[in-house]
Every structure is written in structure tokens, then in C-alpha cells.
Design a binder for this molecule. Structure first.
Ligand code: AMP
Length: 368
């Protein structure tokens, strides 16, 4: 059985690596010849909009998934129209996640608390949004933003004027800046047959808009219950298939949804070593209609993203129990090139060892 992956980044690569033990084959499509998943699975090198190659993907695969949420929905429709290949997760969920305004409306429709927001497409609308929502706030492009790109924090009207010059040519959204206590994410799967499984809550630290560290399990049981409830609402709404992630700000014990990702998620990488079944395997099980695997944590996991370049391997691996994942990417400032994970018997030991790794990496991030 062959699974098609539109996008051949590190997420596609880890999907393929999780699928081989299950006897699955993979075929990826990506414009980059040296894409991470293309190093471990056959690759169709083509633009995401190349109809001929998308049709070939549909012909050769039983099910098609994606590892990047900016792939055009229209391209995926080409896949479904050709040879009836199934797309998982549903394109409707992808469309909601691609547009921050559609995403906010979805959260509101499903009574999932989210930030106060307003769509902005003119300078006058920005002024009105600031008057209504106040400062500080965050101005973001509605589409194509990732890892903190396409957004600016506004603390003054001067910031607003500057941000408008940078971002004003695209459709925007203005939202309140949440003075959060911490950030968390919830990840879960729904299978073709409607079975669901939810992982323990993840505690995330971002810097410059990029995820740096995840710890899981994280937070009190009521956060877990609430986040899992919100996640299930979205899963059921879309008759979803595959892994879905929702990121939240936590403020005074309240969970405020920031965004969702209709795919395996960076904050779930710890599940490879830290859970009975990884998010990658469960995504494949879910889209193939196989029974979902247990999401039980095997200990207290810490995951540190490696940004820019892979550090000295020996230095990292001499730390007992550290697992290194190198995505095979060329080094570049601000680029996620790998991650490492450790699984410990206690949260205190996990935290101490995670901080030690961050110190060794000279990464300027800590956590409470
Ligand atoms: P996003 O691309 O929306 O996930 O934003 C990346 C990161 O920027 C988030 O994980 C937060 O750390 C920060 N951020 C984005 N929007 C807000 C907001 N409205 N309030 C506070 N922090 C934010």
C-alpha cells in the first residue's frame, strides 16, 4: 500500500520512517530536489500545482496526505478528481487552517475560546481594529504565515504604520496580544472509522515565533480535559481523518486557541520516543482505517528543536538517553534542521536535563 505525501519536509520524512515498519510505501511530491522526505522515499520533483505530477501521485497512491499546510487546496482537488484517491485530512480542515480569519470563525462557531480579532485589508480598517481591540496587538497575514513570519507586534501607532508598510499588501488580521502565562498544544487523531485518541498536553516555548522546546505531559488535568474536548469538537466537525493539533495560550487558567494545524505537529515530535505510539504512526493508522495505537506517555519527555545547524553530534549523544533526529537539511539561520528528545522518569529530572541541553546549545531560551 502506498501513501502519497504532498510536501517532503521533515514531517513527511518522519511519516515515512514511521510507516516502513508497518509495510507501507511512500511517494512524495515537492519542488525541492533535496527535500528531507525525498532522502528516504521516492520523490516526484515538481511544483505543488503541477497537475500532471499530482495526477501521477493520485494514480500511484491509495491515500494522499500532506505535510505542509500551505499546499493549495485546488491542487488537492486535482488529486481527488483523478482516480478517486482519498485526501486525508479533509481539505475543508486544511482550508480553515490556511486562513487565520476562517480559523477564528471556526473556533467561534465551535465555542472554542480564541483571541479577540478583526480582519484588516485597508489602513482605515487597521485604525478601527486598533481602536476596538487596543494596543498591544499582533498584526498577521491571513495566509502563508509560519514560524513567526508575516506578523508584527504593535505597541504604538508608529509600530502600526511601520507594520502596515511591511505587511499591508496582503490580507491581514489584527488580534490582541495575549500576555499568556504559558503556551500549550493538544494533538490527537481521528481514524476513518471515527475512533479518536488524544495525546497528553504539550507545554511549548517559542522564541521569535519558532518553537524551541516542548515538554509533555504538561499542566493540570483540567487543562488536558478542556483542550481534549476542544480538539474533539474540531475532529467531529470535519469528520476528520489523521492527526490534528491545536495551539493555545494559557492565561489565568483559561485556554485561548491561537491556531490549529491539520497535520502532524512539531510539538508532537516527542511522541516518537516518549509515547506508546508516535503521532506519525497514528496519523498513518488513522488515514488507513487501522486501529489507533495507545497515546500513553512512557515518561516525561523534553524535545528541543535544533535551529540553524546541527550541533556537534558526539557532544549531544554523549548525554545518556538523548535521541537525535537530523532532517538532512542544509544549515540556514532560523531553519529547523533537527530535534532531540529525552524521556525521563520524573518531570523535575526532565526539566533539569532539557535546560542542560539548551545551555550546551547556547540557546537563549528557558522555561518556568
Ligand atoms: P503563530 O504563527 O500565530 O502560531 O505565532 C507564533 C508565536 O507567536 C505564538 O506561538 C506566540 O508565541 C506568539 N504569538 C502569536 N500571536 C500571539 C498573540 N495574539 N498573543 C501573544 N503571542 C502571540
Amino acid at each position: 500500500m502506498t501513501v502519497g505525501i504532498v510536501g517532503a519536509g521533515q514531517l513527511g520524512r518522519m511519516l515515512a520512517l514511521a510507516g516502513y515498519p508497518l509495510g507501507l510505501d511512500f511517494l512524495c511530491l515537492d519542488p525541492a530536489r533535496d527535500a528531507p522526505a525525498g532522502q528516504v522515499a521516492p520523490l516526484l520533483t515538481a511544483a505543488f500545482t503541477d497537475r500532471a505530477q499530482l495526477r501521477k501521485l493520485a494514480r500511484r497512491c491509495e491515500v494522499v496526505t500532506f505535510d505542509w499546510e500551505n499546499v493549495s487546496a485546488e491542487s488537492l482537488h486535482v488529486v481527488t478528481r483523478a482516480h478517486g484517491a482519498r485526501i486525508c485530512p479533509p481539505v475543508a480542515a486544511l482550508c480553515a487552517a490556511q486562513d487565520r480569519v476562517a480559523e477564528k470563525r471556526l473556533f467561534e462557531q465551535l465555542a472554542i475560546p480564541t483571541t479577540r480579532w478583526q480582519a484588516v485589508s485597508t489602513r482605515a480598517q487597521l485604525a478601527r481594529a486598533i481602536a476596538r481591540i487596543g494596543l498591544p496587538g499582533v498584526l498577521k497575514t491571513r495566509r502563508l504565515g509560519y514560524d513567526g513570519k508575516g506578523q508584527a507586534v504593535l505597541r504604538s501607532m508608529e509600530d502600526a504604520a511601520r507594520a502596515w508598510e511591511q505587511l499591508g499588501s496582503a490580507a491581514l488580521i489584527y488580534e490582541e496580544l495575549v500576555p499568556f502565562d504559558c503556551e500549550v498544544s493538544i494533538i490527537g487523531a481521528r481514524s476513518v472509522g471515527g475512533e479518536t485518541a488524544v495525546y497528553p498536553l504539550c507545554g511549548n516555548v517559542h522564541a521569535g515565533g519558532i518553537l524551541r522546546v516542548t515538554r509533555a505531559p504538561y499542566g493540570p488535568p483540567q487543562w488536558q480535559r478542556r483542550a481534549a474536548g476542544y480538539l474533539r469538537r474540531v475532529l467531529e466537525h470535519f469528520h476528520y481523518t489523521g492527526i490534528l493539533a491545536i495551539e493555545f495560550f494559557v492565561l489565568g487558567g483559561r485556554l485561548i486557541a491561537n491556531e490549529m494545524a491539520p497535520r502532524v505537529h512539531n510539538s508532537g515530535h516527542w511522541t516518537i520516543e516518549g509515547a506508546a505510539t508516535s503521532q506519525f504512526e497514528n496519523h498513518l493508522r488513522a488515514i488507513l482505517g487501522l486501529p489507533l495505537g495507545s497515546t500513553r506517555p512512557l515518561g516525561h519527555s523534553g524535545m528541543v528543536n535544533l535551529i540553524g545547524s546541527i550541533p556537534d553530534r558526539a557532544g549531544l549523544l554523549k548525554l545518556g538517553g538523548v535521541h537525535l533526529h537530523d532532517y538532512g537539511k542544509k544549515p540556514r539561520p532560523g531553519r529547523k534542521v533537527g530535534h532531540c528528545t529525552l524521556v525521563e522518569p520524573s518531570a523535575a529530572r526532565r526539566d533539569a536535563r532539557t535546560l542542560r541541553i539548551l545551555k550546551d546549545l547556547a540557546a537563549d531560551v528557558g522555561f518556568p
